[in-house]
Structures are given as structure tokens and as C-alpha cells.
Design a binder for this molecule. Structure first.
Ligand code: HEC
Length: 157
């Protein structure tokens, strides 16, 4: 019986993995992923969002994105004012109506296994039920976020 259970348990552990743990934090889990995969374009030398927006086209051409290398900065791309930006950009397509991955998903890791692993960490950090693509104000097909959805955000430091 136990022998039969072992592969099942191993599989369950692989699926839930460390990402499903309750204690995913910015400091321990998210900052290292961002440093490794995002800081090249969103690091300390990148402009803050408002500066980025002034010259969006120029920065984008230079492959420089808005700065998001600290906790206070990063959560503005989740809660407000750039509500849902992290979710829209990092989703693998499963939460998007068109099934199209966000355009930053590919940076989440060197191969799909790593991307999926890091996406799971991000989702666990944002919080169950908090991972949705909604904006502050509805735009096109994307609805406005609800207070209920905001309540689900965890974002532990
Ligand atoms: C090679 C450079 C590069 C890398 C690496 C990169 N990004 Fe970006 N990112 C950009 C640029 C340029 C933009 C602005 C153009 C655009 O909106 O696509 C951007 C835009 C974004 C936005 C949208 C911000 C907004 O609200 O307008 C988010 C969120 C984002 N990136 C997250 C990430 C995350 C998280 C990672 C790491 C997993 C990452 N990016 C890796 C260059 C990069």
C-alpha cells in the first residue's frame, strides 16, 4: 500500500511544490527571481514608471522597462495604479481569454519548466484568487478589479 502511495505522494509534492507553501515572500522568493530574470531591464538604472511613460517608445526600443527592483515599486504593478500589470505580462496564457501568454512570460526562465516553476511562485505570492488580469478601470474586454479580488492579494514582504 505504502509503496503504491509513494509515487502519488511524490507527484503531489512536485505539483504543489514549494510554491504552494503559504510562506512565499518577496524577500525570500520573488526578489531573487526578479534579480535573475528581470533586473537587466527593470533594475536600479531603469526609470520610474512616470519617467518611463514620458519616453515610452524610446525606452522600449532600448529594451529598458520601468523600474521594479524593490517591494514598494513592484506592488504598484499588481494592486495600484498599474493594476494587474504583473499578471497580464507574466501569465502563461491560462488566465487570459485569448490563451496568449503575456509578453514578459518568456523572461521568467530559460526553459518552460523553469518558467512554469517561477510562475507558480509568483501566483502563490500574489495569492490564491488574486491572480487575475483585471485593471483598475475596465478597458475593452478587461473588466475593472473588484474589492473582493483586491482582498485576495497577499504579497507578503
Ligand atoms: C530584455 C528586457 C526585459 C526583460 C528581461 C524583462 N522586461 Fe519587462 N518590460 C521590458 C520593456 C522594454 C517593457 C515596456 C514595453 C512593454 O510594455 O512591453 C516592459 C514592460 C513590463 C511590464 C509592464 C509595465 C507596465 O505597467 O507598463 C511588466 C509588468 C514587466 N515588464 C515585467 C517584467 C518581469 C516580471 C520580468 C522578469 C520575469 C521582465 N519584465 C523582464 C523589458 C524587459
Amino acid at each position: 500500500m505504502l509503496k503504491k502511495l509513494i509515487p502519488v505522494l511524490a507527484l503531489a509534492a512536485a505539483i504543489t511544490g514549494p510554491a504552494a507553501a503559504q510562506n512565499v515572500t518577496y524577500t525570500k522568493d520573488i526578489a531573487p527571481i526578479m534579480k535573475e530574470n528581470c533586473s537587466e531591464c527593470h533594475g536600479a538604472s531603469a526609470p520610474i514608471f512616470k519617467e518611463f511613460k514620458k519616453q515610452e517608445e524610446k525606452f522600449t526600443k532600448e529594451k529598458i522597462g520601468p523600474r521594479m527592483d524593490s517591494y514598494p515599486e513592484l506592488i504598484t504593478y499588481i494592486g495600484w495604479p498599474e493594476t494587474g500589470a504583473i499578471m497580464r505580462r507574466l501569465d502563461d496564457g491560462k488566465a487570459s481569454p485569448g490563451g496568449k501568454p503575456g509578453n514578459m512570460y518568456r523572461y521568467l526562465g530559460g526553459d518552460d519548466q523553469e518558467r512554469q516553476k517561477n510562475l507558480a511562485v509568483f501566483k502563490a505570492w500574489v495569492g490564491e484568487g488574486g491572480w487575475n488580469l483585471n485593471r483598475w478601470a475596465a478597458r475593452g474586454d478587461v473588466p475593472a478589479i473588484t474589492k473582493d479580488q483586491l482582498d485576495k492579494l497577499k504579497l507578503a514582504y
